[in-house]
Design a protein around this ligand. Structure first.
Ligand code: SF4
Length: 390
């Protein structure tokens, strides 16, 4: 099967990326024709003001891929912006994309919701109110997903109920109405990114695209665009299938979603000492205050990590010892730090031996291979659409 998949170059990879994406790529590359690309144009859809680190981020990302075992002899590894044909196809597909498909795209809406939620949450915490994140999320969710427009009256009522004064509420509502919140994604580029994504996939006539459940709507738009194009101009594109991948059940060291912005991630390239330090600061079962308190591994984040990175035999020993208060959390974490370090050591070692210039050379060849395929598809597209040809 021909598989196309990309990642945005937003910095070094962490364990969540490894489990959610790279692990699957490693499986696919052995028995499929894979094209893995750095989606650098997509990184500009919401981070367009500061591009200083973009080029180095591309190199760091690809180093992480190679260190994990992505093999340029098996897969084509390339940079999206090095294959300009993606943008030509995105422009042409944009001509046939109904605006409503993009407006209804749930991830566009969800991202906007998240920005509103984060703003309201930070505002409330900034005023020193101790309201749980879940309660704030529910309030904003109720107002944001109210019919077509935001329900400001409902939002005002709910915020009053949790103790915010009316002046503060006015400020929140003013900032949301004013368009100040979320304005960084109120751009043509962000709005249209599913079309660019469709171009990234269709240009290589991909048969399969690995995605998490949240990205299924993008694949649906891609399939609909392929159908629409073929209906208007004749059969050029394949309709790719979504290959549903498991999203990792791994949280950050503070128990929240693992993310660079929460500063709670463990990176693949981190040193042994850094990894150990992070593991030792992980939250455990909150009811286990003293070593003599029996623990509940099923709700402990450290134990979730053990389940992934520690030998099965040791995991079951930890499980029963924790429940019987026969092991302390410090000791348990030390075991985890060892497991993680033995998993990461070969990755770190391989990464250190890859130079920037090696990455650039490999990308040069990958870009060339990808371009060859993209150029061929674009010739078919131009011909089918009866566009000007010299
Ligand atoms: S002993 Fe381990 S599994 Fe049990 S609560 Fe402590 S850290 Fe978690």
């Amino acid at each position: 099967m021909k598989i196309v998949s990309g990642m945005r170059p937003t910095g070094k990879l962490h364990l969540g990326h490894y489990l959610g994406v790279i692990k699957n790529w490693l499986d696919y590359q052995n028995s499929n024709e894979c094209m893995f690309f750095v989606a650098d144009w997509h990184a500009l859809t919401n981070k367009y003001t500061d591009t200083k680190e973009l080029q180095q981020n591309i190199i760091e990302l690809v180093k992480d891929w190679f260190a994990c075992g992505i093999d340029p002899n098996k897969s084509t590894v390339f940079v999206q912006s090095a294959v300009k044909e993606h943008s030509e196809l995105a422009l042409l597909l944009g001509m046939i994309t109904p605006k409503s498909w993009l407006e209804l795209n749930p991830s566009y809406k969800d991202l906007k919701f998240n920005l509103f939620f984060q703003y309201v949450r930070d505002f409330i915490y900034g005023k020193g109110l101790k309201i749980s994140e879940d309660v704030i999320r529910d309030i904003v969710h109720k107002a944001f997903y109210h019919k077509k427009d935001i329900d400001f009256e409902g939002l005002e009522e709910d915020l009053l109920k949790i103790g915010l004064d009316s002046e503060n509420i006015k400020e929140i509502i003013f900032n949301i109405k004013d368009g100040e919140i979320g304005k960084e994604i109120d751009t043509f580029g962000f709005f249209g990114y599913p079309v660019l994504m469709a171009a990234d996939i269709l240009i290589y006539k991909a048969e399969g695209v690995p995605v998490g459940e949240d990205q299924l709507p993008h694949i649906e738009i891609t399939r609909e665009l392929a159908r629409r194009f073929n209906r208007f101009y004749g059969e050029v594109f394949l309709e790719p299938k979504a290959i549903l991948t498991q999203t990792p059940k791994i949280l950050g060291i503070d128990g929240r979603k693992m993310s660079k912005s929460y500063n709670n991630a463990i990176y693949l390239s981190e040193s042994k000492e850094e990894v150990s330090k992070k593991v030792m600061s992980m939250k455990t079962d909150p009811q286990r205050i003293k070593k003599t308190d029996p623990g509940r591994p099923e709700i402990c984040n450290v134990f979730t990590y053990h389940n992934i990175f520690t030998d099965r035999g040791v995991v079951s020993q930890i499980d029963s010892k924790c429940r019987q208060a026969q092991i302390g959390c410090v000791e348990c974490k030390k075991i985890l730090a060892e497991s993680l370090n033995s998993f990461l050591e070969p990755i770190r070692e391989k990464r250190e031996n890859i130079s920037d210039s090696q990455v650039k050379d490999i990308l040069l060849e990958g870009n060339r291979k990808a371009r060859e395929k993209a150029v061929k598809t674009m010739e078919e597209v131009r011909k089918a659409m009866n566009l000007w040809q010299e």
